[in-house]
Ligand binder design. Structure first.
Ligand SMILES: [Zn+2]
Length: 313
């Protein structure tokens, strides 16, 4: 498979790249379908994204005005979930970790209905893949309230990991301990969005305080040799999303994307989509972009691809 993948990268052969087994470990489920798939299902054209967004707020505003009105409510969310699994099938995603918010679960009638629904899509599209659902909370949430309600969502064992998203630096990391302690009781893999807009020190602090197993993004760790050493020594994987970083302005471009420095310093990285419906770049395209920009070699990208298929811990 190594040769096939490397050759496909070198030749820019998208069809071959699609066929090779890959992972997507950081993906927000309600924004994880392809625009083309959604357009076909709702029978209308949707706007493509601008080259750059004005930060996370700008991105959210764009999504709310350009995409959401045409696939809103619980029906729209269910459709986008189906699209996420259809994309995983199209891209031969053999290991898929997608995150879901409690509000969306409630919107479709609670955990039992939600599980049935998701299981239907899983069985229909990617029954042979490893699927690791993640529960996610926004950093502005009512932490005590959510920690108190958390058992209702995670006690069944459906969720394999926890995440906090929606903007960094809003609260000290210690504030999130009630959520992460609860996740620890259920042995969930602990992840958080950190070091996307935040600093290398933020990444280290978050890992230490919340005992994170992995970090979503974490790209600014590349600014500190010491933090990179810390991540490598402690086997902390960074789930990197290049197009998201470039389009949100957190990375200058693909060529100088921090993933190169992280990889070269022995930090374990994976390559992921974040929000395919927004950034319009599917997994095979993320690999291709990094190869064609000269960021990493075909062999290095293949090693990253293979690593993504295996749980690091
Ligand atoms: Zn994200």
């Amino acid at each position: 498979m190594n040769d096939v993948f490397c050759k496909a990268l070198i030749n820019g052969d998208v069809q071959e790249l699609l066929k090779v087994p890959k992972s997507d470990i950081h993906s927000h489920s309600t924004k994880a379908c392809r625009r083309a798939w959604l357009e076909e299902r709702i029978n209308r054209k949707l706007a493509g994204p601008p080259e750059r967004f004005d930060g996370l707020m700008g991105m959210q505003e764009w999504f709310t005005s350009e995409i959401k009105p045409f696939c809103s409510g619980s029906e729209g969310i269910v459709l986008r979930w189906e699209g996420a699994f259809a994309e995983a099938q199209r891209n031969n995603i053999k290991r898929l970790a997608m995150n879901f918010g409690a509000a969306e679960i409630d919107l479709v009638g609670g955990m039992d209905n939600f599980r049935k629904l998701i299981d239907t899509f899983y069985q229909k599209y990617i029954p042979d893949s490893v699927f690791e659902p993640e529960i996610t909370y926004v950093s502005m949430c009512d932490i005590d309230l959510e920690a108190g309600r958390m058992d209702g969502y995670i006690s069944s064992g459906f969720f394999k990991s926890i995440d906090v998203c929606g903007g960094e630096g809003i609260r000290p990391f210690e504030a999130f301990l009630p959520l992460y302690r609860k996740a620890g009781e259920y042995r969930l893999v602990k992840r958080m969005h950190v070091g996307e807009s935040g600093t290398a020190d933020d990444v280290r602090r978050a890992v230490e305080v919340l005992e994170l197993d992995e970090v979503h993004h974490g790209i600014h760790a590349a600014e500190s040799d010491e933090v990179m050493r810390f991540l490598a020594d402690n086997r902390i994987q960074l789930n990197v999303c290049p197009s998201s970083n470039v389009m949100l302005g957190y990375a200058k471009d693909y060529k100088d994307h921090p993933i190169k420095k992280l990889y070269e310093n022995g930090v374990r990285v994976t390559i992921n989509t974040d929000d395919l419906l927004i950034f319009d770049s599917s997994v095979e395209n993320e690999y291709l972009k990094l190869y064609q920009s000269g960021t990493l070699s075909a062999e290095q990208l293949n090693e990253i691809r293979e690593n993504g298929l295996i749980n690091y811990k």
